[in-house]
Design a protein around this ligand. Structure first.
Ligand SMILES: Cc1ncc(COP(=O)(O)O)c(C=O)c1O
Length: 381
């Protein structure tokens, strides 16, 4: 990463900046999985939907996974390959559009399947339908990210699985992981097959969901390939996976600027960004983003609490230390800011959304989008 480009005033602040070469590096790993196993990998738009990069992602992945009519439409219009839709429930008003944009639609209950089946059958374009199953096997430790926790609404549990109602259903879908390695998939697949394996000979495909951290440096790609190949050999089914984070992991940064430095028991730097508005997972997950050149609180000589510019008392990114004191106007570079940031940000307090830029493969910065007052106003009336 060339810091000088990011510190150049030609790059607006705040700004998410995604590196094409880093996306390409992730795609290379994902492509190797596809080539070694024949599995088809989809980009889950809920995690990363920067469509100016779709041309290079489309060259490798088979399509997108959508969770709403608008994601399905974005995939249909901008990605222009397979669109697989899966959500906890579909509003009646959206369903015709979902049929138009989607190649696969997965239902979260047999009630929804019963409700929409006539519309599916009457639709001119064939749409493949699936049922999301819940193996009740938890691998995720954070409860709000665990689709298999107690009383989860996500997927049909075995006791509710109506095998007399599978006419027209061609596939099963499970999504149970979050930022996990192949060992978690292996244990999950055992649970899925134990509970739902008996119905798989009536299916044509299984979607292994997302949450596979395939592009993380310690991810066991060989084990993933063994699991998929073994499953395909035993079952003869098409395997889809729909990671979001793995496509954009470690591909982007966010540049922000120090607006003020105050003191209340400790030094506090107020930035032109916000945890609540521009990096909501910092508060929701929660996690601590890495910053170039910064250490843990007290690790270097100068420690600051880095805080956002909204009114929320808890709009705090974290405590970080630096070798040199911070000054008003200094730029900070937050790492790994491409996924679950642009897709989740908001204009709380009227704070303007960060700009979006790309660093191309020749190391040139290109501004993709700058946001303005209408982007705030148009959401509100
Ligand atoms: C159904 C489904 N598919 C795919 C994903 C993408 O997961 P990730 O970005 O963790 O790979 C999610 C994330 O919540 C999901 O709910």
């Amino acid at each position: 990463m060339d810091r000088n480009i990011l510190l150049n005033p030609a790059v607006p602040s705040p700004c998410y900046i995604v590196y094409e070469s880093a996306i390409d590096a992730n795609l290379k790993i994902l492509d190797s999985v596809q080539k070694r196993t024949g599995a088809k990998i989809l980009l889950a738009l809920k995690g990363f939907a920067m469509f100016s990069l779709f041309p290079r992602i489309r060259a490798v992945l088979h399509g997108i996974a959508a969770s709403s009519i608008d994601e399905a439409r974005l995939g249909y219009e901008e990605f222009q390959k397979e669109v697989h839709t899966c959500a906890p429930a579909y509003p009646d008003a959206d369903f015709e559009g979902l049929l138009t944009y989607s190649d696969h639609i997965t239902f979260n209950s047999f009630t929804q399947w019963d409700h929409f089946r006539p519309q599916v059958q009457m639709h001119l374009k064939p749409v493949r339908c699936g049922i999301r199953v819940n193996p009740e096997h938890s691998e995720v430790k954070t409860p709000i990210y665990d689709p298999c926790g107690p009383c989860s609404r996500l997927g049909v549990t075995r006791d509710r699985f109506d095998d007399s109602n599978l006419g027209g259903i061609t596939g099963l879908h499970f999504h149970t992981l979050c930022e996990l390695n192949a060992d978690s998939l292996e244990r999950t697949l055992l649970a899925v097959e134990e509970k739902f394996g008996a119905f798989m000979d009536r299916m044509g495909w299984v979607n292994f969901g997302g949450g596979h951290h395939i592009t993380r440096s310690d991810y066991d790609v060989d084990r993933l390939c063994r699991i998929i190949t073994d499953f395909k050999n035993r079952r003869g089914l098409t395997v889809y996976m729909e990671p979001g984070e793995a496509i954009a992991l470690n591909t982007g940064v966010m540049v922000a600027t120090v607006l003020d430095i105050i003191h209340n028991r400790m030094d506090i730097a107020i930035l032109d960004t916000s945890a609540a508005a521009h990096m909501p997972d910092v508060l929701e997950m929660p996690y601590r983003p890495e910053i170039v050149g910064a250490g843990q609180s007290g690790e270097h000589a100068h420690t600051y609490r880095l805080a956002g510019m909204t009114c929320l008392a808890g709009d705090v990114i974290g405590d970080y230390s630096f070798q040199d004191p911070l000054h008003i106007g200094d730029r900070l570079i937050f790492l790994d800011m491409a996924h679950y940031s642009m897709v989740k940000n908001n204009t709380f307090n009227g704070i303007r959304l960060p700009s979006i830029g790309i660093i191309d493969t020749t190391n040139q910065f290109h501004l993709v989008r700058r946001f303005d007052y209408p982007d705030y106003r148009n959401r509100l009336s």
